[in-house]
Design a protein around this ligand. Structure first.
Ligand code: C2E
Ligand code: MG
Ligand code: MG
Ligand code: MG
Length: 275
């Protein structure tokens, strides 16, 4: 079989490539269809105070209920919708769902994820505010999560958008912090509520190369202290990580240890389930 080499191997390779391409096209067509039939659901993961596990809010995480493939996470389809603008439509369906959930009452905040490209759209803030207004939801209970890229590629526009939202009560959190530019000198210009420490550093807090992760988290905490804002540790899976983060000065967190993403929210103020 090894001798068959050359051409056969390429035939196999071609077939695999073709399969892959067909699958992507299928999924893209599915995505278009799904937009019309309400196939997207918001899952909610609790954000808790690390000292006592009190729930202060939830992050809304997009899920696609696919007919054959089951529940899909953003990593499995977001790239697909980013090139053709589909993801923006999906996002608006998602935001509408979250906002109508907010309008039904409850406590604590809900944060939504906004992609850099989406955040850059000139009418983003207005459209979000209109949605909140039409639903009769309390804007002070809504947050947006953006990454540093969203801030840096058009600073004046980002400032305008954030100020507009903030003036209506919607605050912004910086997601996946520490993985991007972390250009310390510009951050003070933006109205940011908190920094979300990327889960890679939280994972790194235990194990062999932990001195590096500890150094990064220390630097993020120092920065947050200078800015007068708090931090949320992402992806906390173990008690050891929760304690390490607390000792480093991180006040809030989220992760499987503290509550998995689910359709139901935890009542704010309640203790999140423990492992
Ligand atoms: P993110 O905003 O950083 O969200 C955190 C991700 O970490 C979520 O993955 C969450 O399920 C996962 N996670 C939470 N706790 C743990 C833990 O203890 N361990 C591990 N290993 N993972 C944990 P998910 O839901 O697959 O979302 C992935 C990314 O997709 C999000 O990263 C966010 O950037 C994006 N995303 C999610 N929802 C939306 C949306 O509605 N619109 C857009 N544009 N992007 C979204
Ligand atoms: Mg997020
Ligand atoms: Mg994150
Ligand atoms: Mg992430």
């Amino acid at each position: 079989r090894a001798k068959a080499g050359g051409r056969d191997r390429w035939a196999v390779f071609d077939e695999a490539m073709r399969e892959h391409a067909v699958q992507i096209l299928d999924l893209e067509a599915d995505l278009r269809r799904a937009i019309n039939v309400d196939s997207f659901v918001a899952y909610y993961q609790p954000i808790v105070r690390l000292s006592d596990r009190t729930v202060i809010g939830h992050e809304a995480l997009l899920r696609w209920r696919h007919q054959e493939r089951g529940l899909l996470s953003p990593g499995e389809f977001i790239g697909l919708g980013e090139d053709n603008g589909l993801i923006e439509e999906v996002d608006w369906l998602m935001y509408a769902q979250v906002i109508s959930r907010l309008a039904r009452g409850g406590e604590g905040y809900i944060s939504i994820n906004v992609s850099p490209r989406h955040f850059r759209a000139p009418d983003f803030a207005d459209r979000l505010l209109r949605l909140v207004d039409a639903a009769g939801a309390d804007p002070c209970r809504l947050r947006i999560e953006i990454t540093e890229v969203a801030l840096l590629d058009d600073v004046p526009r980002a400032l305008r958008t954030l100020r507009t939202l903030r003036s209506h009560g919607i605050m912004a959190q910086l997601d996946d912090f520490g993985t991007g530019y972390s250009a310390l000198s510009y951050l003070h210009r933006f109205p940011i509520e908190c920094l979300k420490i990327d889960q890679s550093f939280v994972a790194g807090l235990v194990g062999d190369s932990r001195t590096e992760s500890i150094a990064v988290v220390r630097a993020i905490q120092a920065l947050a202290g200078t800015l007068g804002i708090y931090t949320i540790g992402e992806g906390i899976e173990t008690e050891e990580q929760r304690i390490a983060l607390r000792e480093l000065g991180c006040t809030c967190g989220q992760g499987f240890l503290l509550g998995r993403p689910a359709e139901q929210m935890h009542p704010a103020g309640d203790l999140a389930i423990s492992s």
